[in-house]
Design a protein around this ligand. Structure first.
Ligand code: FPP
Length: 243
């Protein structure tokens, strides 16, 4: 990281390819998820050194409930186990953890483990790690709109008040924050109902690497690609003269 570079990047990752990683080895898909959880740990360790202060990871979409029951159960067990076993380490690393997404459909023990981890890590200031579990951006947008309407507020709503409502819909004290870079592994190139509002000006970086194989150097390469982009937010390229 250069001397001037400050840790203010919101990176979001669609962790894709666990199933293919396992199938390529003749293993059940759940082995891929287990390996993928190890990659989560590596990514969390690497993120602050890459200038990232907020990392949002897509762990389970609201559309993933259609997967076979044994795979869902294995994922829920994995979330439960890691939320419990990693909390102390997250505290030591200065990581604040929060869940974004619906909680009420998660097994009670996952809900409880998440609440405990959130409480224990609340003081972390080095990295905000947001796990998107039972997450649907479209559902959250609708919930934010419902909340504004049911509070008796009348349109037109500004972007700021909408972002605040979206933050509240995710259970956060802060407005929904723009994503700077969206990374998706495994070669797929779509957003899959993730952070639709927040990605309005995100830079997209796609890598063929399957999530279980994604290492610190791959993460660094994605961030180099992001930092090389010319972010214009609708303005002209800086090379274009005025007039
Ligand atoms: C997508 O790959 C991955 C998931 C649906 C699960 C992601 C979960 C993890 C990486 C484990 C996270 C663990 C913790 C503790 C947060 P896929 O199964 O769709 O893979 P495929 O496209 O190759 O089938």
């Amino acid at each position: 990281m250069s001397a001037q570079q400050v840790n203010t990047v919101h990176a979001a990752v669609i962790m894709d390819g666990n199933g293919r990683w396992a199938q390529a080895r003749g293993l059940p898909r759940t082995f891929g998820h287990r390996e993928g959880a190890k990659t989560v740990r590596r990514a969390v360790e690497a993120a602050p050194n890459l200038g990232i202060d907020t990392l949002t990871l897509y762990a389970f979409s609201s559309d993933n409930w259609v997967r076979p029951k044994p795979e869902i159960s294995a994922l829920m067990r994995l979330f439960h186990r890691h939320l419990r076993s990693e909390t102390a380490e997250l505290v030591d690393m200065g990581v604040r953890l929060s869940l974004v997404g619906r909680r009420d459909r998660l097994p009670r023990k996952v809900q409880d483990a998440a609440a405990s981890a959130e409480e224990a890590t609340a003081g972390g200031t080095r990295l905000h790690l947001r796990l998107a579990i039972d997450y649907s951006a479209r559902d959250l947008l609708v919930r934010a709109a419902d909340e504004l309407a049911s509070n008796g507020l009348r349109p037109p709503f500004g972007r700021d008040s909408f972002a605040e409502a979206l933050g509240r819909a995710m259970g956060e004290d802060e407005p929904a924050r723009d994503v700077d870079v969206l990374i998706r592994t495994s070669g797929e190139q779509r957003l899959s109902d993730f952070l639709l509002w927040e990605c309005a000006y995100a830079e997209f970086v796609f890598t063929d690497r399957l999530w279980p194989d994604f290492d610190a150097e791959d993460f660094a390469a994605c961030m180099r690609e992001f930092r090389g982009r010319d972010r214009r937010y609708g303005a002209c390229p800086s090379s274009v003269a005025a007039g």
